[in-house]
Every structure is written in C-alpha cells, then in structure tokens.
Write a protein that binds this ligand. Structure first.
Ligand code: PLP
Length: 453
C-alpha cells in the first residue's frame, strides 16, 4: 500500500526499534559463483526509528465525482463455489490447490514462457525473500542499489535483509533507473554492491538484457521490483520478464491493476530459484519440518488465491480497458508531458503526468484545485525515498537531479476498471482549469522586491 492509498489502520504496537539478523546457517543460499571479489565484513547498520505520532482517527472524506483509484478486486460474495471448494478440501494455506492453480494460470496465461511462479502474501515480503535468496546469508557487499524514485517497500525490503540502500537517479523521460547513474554507482562502489533492485516504474518495461549484462560482468545479482507490471508487455511482444532468470516481484494489492486484496507473485525463468524461494517462504524448510536455510512465512492463503484466480479470468479485458483510457488521456491532454513508455503495452495503475514547468513545486495546489471540482489525484512517488526521514537516516544518496525535478511536477490522474470516457472528459477539463487557476494565482502573487545595493 502506498501513502496516498493509506486506509485506516489501528496501530496497536510501537514501531520496531532496531533491525538485526541472527546467526547465519551453515550453507550459503546460492551456489558459489567464481568471483574475484572479496567478501566485506561490514556490520549490519543499526536502524534507529524516530518517534512517530499516532495517526488521528480516520476522517470521512467527501465523495468525489471521479475518485483517484477505485479498487475492484473480484467480489468474494460471487465466489461461493470456490469458497465451498476450499472448505471441502480442508486446505486453507501451504501452497494448496488454489495457489497451485493461480501459479500455473499466471505462468501459462500471462508469461507463456518456461519458468515458474510463486505466490506470496504481498510484494514487500516477496522482495525480502528474493533479495535474501539472491545475496545469500552473508552478502558479498553491504549495499542495495535502487532508484530513489520508488515506493518505500523496496528500501525496507533491502534494510530487512541487512543491506544499505544506495539511492540513484532516474531517467527524466522513462522514470526508470538511469543507466549512467547506475553505472557510476557500480564503478564507485564495486564489490560493496550486494544486489541491484531496479523498479519497473509504473509498469514501464526495464531493459532486462542490460541488467543481465551488468550482472554477468560484475557478478552482482539483480532482483526486479515489478510491483505494478503484471500485464505489461515488452517491446519484443512477450510479457514483461518472460524468460528472465532474475526474479521479478509483482504486487496484486487491491490498488494494482491485478487487484486482489493483499497478494504478490514472484516469477523467474530459473525453476530452481523458485523452488528455493518456495522453501524459504515456508520457514526455510528444505526437509520435512526442518529448516535448512533462512526462512520466513510468505505463503498466500487459499481464499486470497481464489481472488487471484477470479482476477486472472478478467485481467486481459481490464488491461485493454485501462490501456484505451490511458491513450484517451494522452489524446485529450496533448500539452502535458507523459511517461515515455518503453514496452509494447503497459499495465496502467493510474495516469502520471508532469505539470508544465512553470508550475513546478505547485502540485499540492493543483491537487487541491482538482479536489474542489470533485476529481481525485495521487502523488507517486512523492516524497521519493531520499526525502523520507527514515531513509535519510538509513540510506546513501547519490545526486538526484531528474528525481527532484520530476517529483516537483508529477501528479497522477484517475484510472479504474469502471472509469468511462465521459469521466476522462471531466478530469481533463478539470485539470486544465486547475492548472490555470494555480498559474493565475502565481501570476498575481507579488514578487519580493529586490533592492539594489
Ligand atoms: C514499487 C513498489 N514496490 C513494492 C510495493 C509493495 O507491494 P505490496 O503492497 O504488494 O507489498 C509497491 C506497492 O505499491 C510498489 O509500488
């Protein structure tokens, strides 16, 4: 869940005060690869969490004519046959029949490629699992290279694995991690980088062949944060990630286009990797009830898998609808800058646009002016990681000119499974009025007088 999606949550415990890892097991997590690199013996950083005020009770918001997101997971109330089947099977978790069907269904209907899928309870846990498996119990380095322009989950997952996020810049057009910035970090930090964690920003397709080359050349494992990408198709016409041996972690959160409630999925063309992740996600049990590797509980319950199966049946139709709506936005807002899309198809979660340059820094006012007209809007990924106090204290930050410039102008417009072209007309007219209003207010704000000396 992202900050703007935050639903009311009852906080019953104080936040965790520090993060540390227990004793290493006897075996590393991956086969030793020939490497000239030395292992670093750096200690896991201790993470002090500042005092957080408890959130106020949720206030009821006035309803909007066009809300930003309208999560539409399949209706459980219409899935009684599946629920009865789960009860009859007596299997409620532990990779039961619904989970198996979901994994198989996503593999054959979305990836259509060799490899395996693994369901997980959410993408954040999926990332932790995949990172841990990729770097082994005693990582060769201490850093996880990722963009600052991503969601908190990516950095948290690395920190829980005992790694320090190294935050790099994005490309100003695709909003994907910038290739030159990543290369500069790899040259500067070399062996100290334990893993690269690129984010396929807003479902846009990463150049996976480039990451493969980097991984081979430098011996650095790669884990792809593909949270919003299920349904995206690469320029080669294949599902994003199909055939890729590096693990890709997808989210099936209620606000994603593949909406369930809480769920995620890991795909890799390397079936052995998925088999290891499956054991790690089941308490590290490599033998019956015996932990042979680091583990946690990442399993998805059968009821959630049933939601996933129902979503799979409608997913192609939903994805095409969202794609058509996105195209309509671009057609109706030609004066705005959109993300440069790199694939043949993007699984759109919402519609991010850049405000005109003269409105940089005025996004909150434009969001407020849209709300006055009954239109919801979101801000992703704002604040970006390097702007968040916890990550400022726990990460290393590179120069971020494109991230900063993009964050000052980015705003996301509504998208949902049920949104209509008439809604888009309303949103686009409201967007123009909102920008005009803020630009006019700006023009009428007296400038501070500069006195010559
Ligand atoms: C880039 C990114 N990574 C990871 C996540 C975490 O996904 P989940 O909510 O399934 O844990 C999100 C969620 O929005 C995300 O946007």
């Amino acid at each position: 869940m992202t900050p703007d999606q935050a639903m009311p949550i009852a906080i019953t415990q104080d936040p965790v005060a520090s993060v540390g890892l227990a004793q290493p097991p006897a075996q590393p997590l991956r086969a030793a690869r020939p490497s000239k690199r030395k292992r670093t013996a750096d200690a896991t950083p201790t993470l002090a969490v500042p005092e957080q005020p408890r959130p106020a009770a949720a206030e009821s918001k006035p309803s909007l004519r066009v809300p930003f997101l309208r999560p539409s997971p399949p209706r459980l109330s219409e899935l009684t046959e599946g629920l009865v089947a789960i009860e009859a099977s007596g299997v409620f978790s532990n990779y039961g029949p619904m989970n198996c069907r979901l994994e198989e269904g996503v593999l054959t209907r979305i990836f259509k490629s060799p490899g395996e899928c693994l369901t997980v309870c959410n993408a954040t846990i999926g990332l932790m699992l995949a990172i841990k498996q990729a770097v082994g119990w005693q990582p060769r380095g201490r850093y996880a290279l990722m963009p600052s322009f991503t969601f908190a989950a990516t950095a948290h997952a690395a920190l829980w694995c005992g790694l320090t996020p190294l935050l790099c810049d994005i490309d100003p057009d695709t909003w994907l991690p910038d290739a030159d910035a990543e290369q500069a970090m790899i040259e500067r930090h070399g062996d100290a980088i334990a893993v690269i964690l690129p984010n396929a920003t807003f479902g846009n397709c990463l150049d996976l062949a480039r990451y493969d080359r980097i991984s081979t050349a430098h011996g650095i494992p790669v884990v792809i944060d593909a949270a919003a990408s299920l349904g995206s198709v690469g320029a080669d016409g294949r599902a994003f990630g199909a055939g890729c041996a590096h693990p890709l972690v997808f989210s099936m959160h209620a606000t994603k286009s593949f909406a369930t409630a809480e769920a995620g999925l890991i795909y890799s063309a390397d079936a052995g990797r998925i088999a290891t992740l499956r054991m790690m996600g089941n308490f590290g049990f490599g033998e019956p009830r015996t932990a042979t590797m680091p583990g946690l509980n990442s399993k998805l319950g059968e009821v959630s898998a049933l939601l996933g199966l129902a979503k799979l049946d409608e997913f192609e139709r939903i994805t095409l609808h969202r794609q058509a709506i996105y195209a309509l936005y671009r057609q109706l807002l030609p004066e705005f800058e959109f993300q440069h899309l790199t694939g043949a198809r993007t699984a759109h979660q919402f519609v991010p646009v850049l405000l005109p340059a003269n409105l940089a820094g005025r996004v909150p006012e434009v969001v407020a002016a849209l709300a006055e007209q009954g239109i919801g809007a979101g801000r992703y990924f704002v604040p970006h990681l390097a702007e968040q106090s916890f990550f400022q204290a726990s990460c290393i930050v590179d120069a971020l000119p494109a991230t900063i410039a993009t964050s000052r102008r980015i705003l996301s417009l509504p998208l949902s499974d049920s949104i209509t072209p008439a809604d888009i007309d309303l949103v686009c007219s409201a967007m123009r009025r909102a920008c005009r209003k803020v630009a006019d207010a700006q023009a009428h704000t007296p400038r501070p007088m500069v006195l010559s000396t």
